[in-house]
Write a protein that binds this ligand. Structure first.
Ligand SMILES: [Zn+2]
Length: 520
């Protein structure tokens, strides 16, 4: 999207009050000059999330998140910067000039959505005309109502079923090609249908538009892949879409929990049995973007995968991403030989819901796996298992949670907590250094970053104000805030040499071994 003019961005920001905007999501109480509340970006019991009306900024002393009203909306609702600006523009009624380029791109995407919609109508019509496929669905226990609700379709067993349909109406083939409904034959260079002899599951985005399709083969040929999906396109990014989310949003909010399954059929069957708070990964690995997407609806996730090795590995990998993004992640491994589809068909929705309440928290699940993979009586194996746990916890951006987990590990494996904390701190420092300097070793202390020559005077840069605020805060704050600040910042973070020195001095004043990260 094109840049929105600076002055418009500023005008929109100035015409809203950050306290009002954040107040819609967080219960804020006035305290002194600030407003405080429970941070929406990490779990906490005592409020460390602060909103400053005067400066129109927010900051959390627990997890370090902070910024202006745009930053808040971006983080909280998983928006891009431009989307956040647009959201507030709508509210304030301030018009954002639209460039020709934007209009062109939006128009192009509309074409792609329209192509998918026309294809969907075609697939649905063909399902209605095919007793064979209807019978298949009936055998799988899928009702007519479910077929309608999820708008299932059928791609006929022809090379050019959809293609002929498009041509008959004189539509351009281009957008269909672009969303991957057609592919080009390498031999002849001709177009042909990607989905043939397949049951079609349309994939919708959260606004209910068709972004792509999943297709399950109806052929017995073992050479044919069981499932294929639309390829990535300007309107379909696999890492950002979860199948069924558009249907499940309400139920997820109501239940305060989302269940993630692997297959389309699992989801359909669960839905039919009254378990509506379900989404399916449909063969895609869970990503950071998925974690953010889920967080718009709930913080609690239960992964429900098959009991086979592939399912367990998928739960371990997918769960890790969610866990590290502060979602309360649990894992439910079904009895051997069962999948959600078969289980719920046999035992019903209530039995399944009951099973969900017995899901294991993710860390316990991982520790179980590690215990199975390593003989903890052997020193080398034990060390490897510990390193693996530490690597899992390293990216978790909430030191309170990390501390809690480390204590759990220490207790379960009967390790001295001090040793675990030490190992963790070592790894954490190394990671921070890697992030800051890449793989190269850190520069010697005397070469600590200074403002490059010719740069704007520090006084006028945002950094100067921010650094000053930190120092003022440290001088006035009570010990707990001080600890949090030293957990988050190091001397290296200061550009202004005077402030850096002050930071070091204050740190040395009362907390002799600062900066430290965790407290046993
Ligand atoms: Zn926070």
């Amino acid at each position: 999207m094109p840049p929105i003019p600076e002055h418009i961005i500023d005008r929109i920001r100035d015409s809203v009050n950050i306290v009002d905007v954040i107040g819609r999501y967080v219960t804020l109480k006035k305290r002194g000059r600030n407003y405080v509340g429970l941070c929406p970006f990490h779990t906490e019991k005592t409020p460390s999330f602060t909103v400053n009306a005067e400066k129109q900024i927010f900051h959390c002393f627990g997890c370090g998140t902070g910024g202006n009203v745009y930053t808040f909306l971006m983080r909280h609702d998983n928006l891009s910067f431009v989307e956040a600006v647009r959201r507030l523009a709508d509210e304030t009624g301030i018009k954002i000039p639209v460039s020709r380029e934007t209009r062109r791109k939006e128009g192009e995407n509309e074409q792609l959505f329209k192509a998918n919609q026309i294809a969907l109508n075609f697939f649905r019509q063909r399902l209605q005309q095919s007793p064979r496929v209807q019978q298949y669905l009936q055998q799988r226990g899928i009702t007519r109502k479910t077929i309608e609700h999820f708008k299932l379709g059928f791609a006929p067993d022809e090379w050019d079923g959809l293609l002929k349909h498009i041509r008959r109406f004189g539509y351009s083939e281009k957008p269909y090609e672009k969303v991957g409904l057609f592919t080009t034959s390498e031999k002849s260079g001709n177009l042909y249908d990607r989905f043939r002899n397949r049951l079609i599951f349309p994939i919708f985005n959260t606004s209910g538009k068709v972004v792509g399709f999943g297709g399950r083969t109806l052929s017995d040929d073992p050479q044919t892949p069981k499932y294929i999906n639309s390829p990535e396109s300007p309107i379909y990014h696999k890492g950002r879409v979860l199948y069924g989310l558009n249907f499940a949003a309400e139920a997820i909010r109501e239940a305060g929990l989302v269940i993630v399954v692997e297959g389309y059929m699992d989801l359909l069957q669960l839905h039919q049995q009254g378990v509506g708070n379900v989404v399916a990964t449909s063969g895609t690995a869970l990503t950071e973007d998925h974690a953010r997407l889920i967080r718009r609806y709930t913080r609690r996730v239960v992964l429900c995968y098959d009991a086979d090795n592939a399912g367990i590995q998928a739960a371990a990998r997918g769960g890790e991403v969610l866990f590290q993004h502060l979602l309360e992640t649990q894992v439910l491994i079904l009895p051997p030989g069962e999948d959600p589809d078969s289980f719920v068909k046999q035992h019903g929705g209530d039995a399944f819901r009951k099973l969900v309440t017995q899901a294991q928290d993710y860390l316990t699940f991982r520790l179980d796996l590690l215990e199975r993979a390593h003989d903890l009586q052997q020193a080398a194996e034990r060390s490897r298992a510990i390193q693996e746990v530490l690597d899992l916890l390293l990216p978790v951006p909430d030191s309170v949670q990390v501390n809690f987990y480390l204590e759990k590990v220490a207790e379960r494996w009967q390790l001295p907590i001090a040793m675990l904390l030490n190992e963790f701190k070592k790894k954490h420092r190394a990671r921070r250094q890697r992030q800051r300097y890449g793989e190269a070793p850190p520069p010697p202390p005397e070469a600590a970053p200074k403002a490059p020559a010719g740069d704007a005077p520090l006084m006028f840069s945002g950094a100067w104000g921010a650094e000053k605020d930190v120092i003022l805060l440290l001088l006035n704050a009570h010990d707990q805030v001080r600890e949090q600040v030293y957990d988050l910042l190091g001397e290296e973070d200061f550009r202004n040499p005077e402030f850096r020195e002050l930071f070091r001095l204050i740190g040395a004043l009362e907390v002799p071994d600062a900066p430290h990260l965790l407290h046993a």
